[in-house]
Design a protein around this ligand. Structure first.
Ligand SMILES: [Zn+2]
Ligand SMILES: [Zn+2]
Length: 264
């Protein structure tokens, strides 16, 4: 594990599918030699959507939990992983006013009402529908998520590969519109090492996406998407090598919703 990195995509038990107190994540980050971390738990939503996020009543507790561990020697940033669903933009805007956030992550999990594409409950749909249709739907939402201007960076770009289903051929046809939107809107994206722990068996996004993003001048951040303390900084050396392979020499850090670039 090389030192000096950051990990900005870390969950808490408030989302009901992560384990470990925030302090345990902070200790794991220190042990891994990270310079800075940030929590970004799944955002509350205006309607009861699913069972994998905090409620709006729990939001103050979340902020308090993160602030409690923020007084330690390791800088701890306050973020939120927001589900982008068209029609809910004003909800995200209202969340932005509810705390002193360091960054908002935009995520697309829902590709249709009631279908979160990474949920194993709906795995059979990958056999019911053509995979290129599922991917097409996902990437259209992903572009809108970027274009919304609500987020500092976007999460796990090619998430629909989670279970190992990929359309045939050159997948850059899906990546290009997203990368153009990122460049145009000056939004960053993450390498998310959780894909290595799933059937996809590679980081999100694929190397071809990284190469195109680098050519487009899009800023990068490397994250684990930890849902347990032992996942903090998971395989970051591998992710950094991949970023370098694509041409990257810088990654970014976030504070008060502004971004600075530091050496990779
Ligand atoms: Zn989660
Ligand atoms: Zn996510």
């Amino acid at each position: 594990m090389s030192s000096g990195g950051t990990d900005y995509h870390i969950h808490t038990p408030l989302c009901r599918h992560a384990v470990g107190d925030p302090i345990e994540y902070v200790r794991a980050a220190q042990a891994a030699g990270l310079a800075e971390i940030g929590f970004a738990d799944h955002s509350p939503m205006p309607q009861k959507l699913d069972d994998w996020r905090m409620s709006i009543e729990e939001l103050p507790r979340y902020v308090e939990m993160v602030e409690e561990v923020g007084s330690m020697e390791l800088p701890v940033r306050l973020g939120l992983e927001c589900d982008f669903i068209e029609g809910n933009e004003s909800w995200i805007e209202s969340l932005a006013g509810r705390a002193s956030w360091d960054y908002f992550i935009g995520s697309v999990h829902y590709i249709a009402p009631g279908w979160d594409v990474d949920n194993p409950k709906y795995l059979s749909r990958f056999k019911q529908y053509p995979v290129d249709e599922i991917w097409g739907l996902y990437w259209r939402h992903y572009v809108r998520c970027i274009e919304s201007g609500l987020f500092d960076f976007v999460a796990h770009p090619d998430l629909p590969k989670k279970f190992g289903f990929r359309p045939a051929g050159d997948l850059r046809r899906y990546y290009r519109p997203a990368i153009e939107a990122l460049a145009e809107r000056n939004v960053a994206f993450e390498i998310n090492t959780a894909g290595l722990r799933k059937d996809a068996k590679e980081v999100y996004p694929a190397l071809e996406f990284l190469e195109l993003a680098y050519e487009g001048g899009v800023a990068l951040v490397i994250n684990s998407d930890a849902h347990s303390p032992d996942e903090v900084g998971h395989r970051f050396d591998f992710a950094r090598d991949l970023a370098r392979q694509a041409g990257y020499k810088k990654v970014c850090r976030f504070k008060n919703r502004s971004r600075i670039e530091v050496d990779l």
